[in-house]
Design a protein around this ligand. Structure first.
Ligand SMILES: *Cc1c(COP(=O)(O)O)cnc(C)c1O
Length: 416
């Protein structure tokens, strides 16, 4: 089965989001058909043998499924990448990204303003495999100071939450590359290339949770890893061991993408389900529209909250007084995201009164969601690290949805 031939480079985001990767054949649906399949059949033994040698077609659905593949093609187009592997969650994407360039004895340098699950992965899970990590503030100076001889990967989040930190991708890429390491950006809050395309700024790996803005409706879990072809793996023994038979020699420009699919889907089995891929592909079709509006509403709310007498510090990278404002305006020209943090005198009382705002630990939903990070999302993070991530006992994190601005203001006003 083929997919529509597409010229993604010539299309705007909103066009590519609805036009790319629609599978043809099988009844010619306009949207994505769901291939509910565990395995695919061959006409002859020779065909099966051929497929098992190259593993780039359809055999067993842990490796590839047409619905999932179509989603991957669409994500590559929207991120401006060469290849994508879709996996079951954002956590699975993080693990796939890190293991694709690190093995026992290797080291990761990460910006410390991170999603809690990533902090846990770096501090608790990777050490089980002999991989260590150093977490430092995401400034180029601090990242450069933490690099070691065995550092293979630098990691940062595009718009961390709730602090709203925005890394200087080009600067971090320069540091990583000068040490023979790669730069991975968690682009969950960059909205699958709508607000930011990290590969265009010099990143090598784009890892993200599709659960958030891609799905967009709080109905599905997913993750993805997208790469280009310009990265240099020549100094990484994972890719060069084995001489003529090394991964780099055999796979060439596609070595990194090949290994990510092999690890995440084929071997570890964190495969995305076709029903989930279908829901995420639908979410992507309106992601640009949603995130444009959500960013506009978020900026208006941040300005309003900052002037509110009952509200303390407001943290949103679209505000001129945010430490990441310059980085944000340069790398996020379409909008500075839908997430902000603000301080209220009594978080428990505030959250007990909200009606339009919903208390839930998700991001990127069409509905506006709020949480008290100190006691929920960041509850297990050591106290010093919570403060470092911009979380205090009175912080409220808000992911702005598509509701009307005045309705949101009225709800916050009465809850304060
Ligand atoms: C939610 C999130 C993840 C993890 O994604 P899941 O789909 O929940 O596994 C990773 N990074 C960031 C920035 C997130 O917000």
């Amino acid at each position: 089965m083929s997919t529509d031939p597409t010229p993604p480079d010539a299309w705007a985001y909103e066009t590519a989001a609805v036009q790319t990767a629609i599978p043809r054949g099988l009844g010619e649906t306009i949207g994505f058909p769901i291939h509910a399949a565990a395995a695919f059949q061959f006409d002859t033994l020779e065909e099966a043998q051929q497929e098992f040698q190259v593993n780039d077609g359809l055999s067993y659905a842990r490796l590839q499924n047409p619905t999932v593949r179509a989603l991957e093609t669409r994500i590559s187009a929207l991120e401006g990448g060469a290849a994508t592997v879709a996996v079951s969650t954002g956590q699975a994407a993080t693990l796939t990204s890190i293991l694709s360039v690190c093995r026992a004895g290797d080291h990761v340098v990460s910006a410390s303003s991170l999603f809690g699950g990533t902090t846990g992965m770096l501090n608790n899970i990777l050490p089980l495999m002999g991989i260590t990590a150093t977490l430092v503030p995401g400034t180029p100076e601090a990242i450069a100071g933490a690099m070691q001889d065995n550092t293979r990967l630098v990691w940062a989040e595009m718009i961390s939450n709730p602090a709203g930190d925005v890394p200087d991708i080009a600067a971090l890429a320069g540091i990583a590359h000068s040490h023979g390491a790669l730069l991975a950006i968690d682009n969950t809050c960059g909205g699958v290339g709508y607000l930011c395309r990290p590969l265009e700024h010099g990143a090598d790996i784009v890892s993200q949770s599709l659960t958030k803005w891609a799905g967009g409706h709080g109905t599905v879990l997913g993750g993805s890893v997208t790469v280009g072809t310009r990265h240099d793996l020549g100094g990484n023994p994972i890719y060069t061991d084995g001489g003529e038979q090394s991964v780099l020699k055999v796979r060439g420009d596609h070595a990194l993408a090949w290994r990510q699919r092999w690890l995440g889907a084929h071997q570890i089995g964190m495969t995305l389900a076709p029903h989930s891929a279908f829901l995420i592909a639908h979410g992507l079709e309106t992601l640009g529209l949603r995130l444009r509006r959500e960013s506009e509403t978020a900026l208006a709310l941040a300005q309003w909250l900052r002037a509110h007498e009952k509200v303390g510090r407001v943290s949103y990278p679209g505000l001129p007084d945010h430490p990441s404002h310059a980085n944000a305006m340069r790398q996020l020209p379409r909008g500075q995201g839908a997430v902000m943090a603000f301080e209220v005198p009594d978080p428990a009382a505030f959250l007990s009164r909200v009606r339009v705002l919903r208390i839930a630990p998700n991001l990127g939903d069409v509905r506006t969601l709020v949480v008290h990070p100190w006691t929920t999302t960041h509850g297990r993070v050591p106290e010093a690290a919570r403060y470092a991530a911009g979380v205090t006992p009175t912080t409220i994190r808000m992911s702005v949805g598509v509701e009307d601005l005045e309705d949101l203001k009225a709800d916050i006003e009465q809850a304060l």
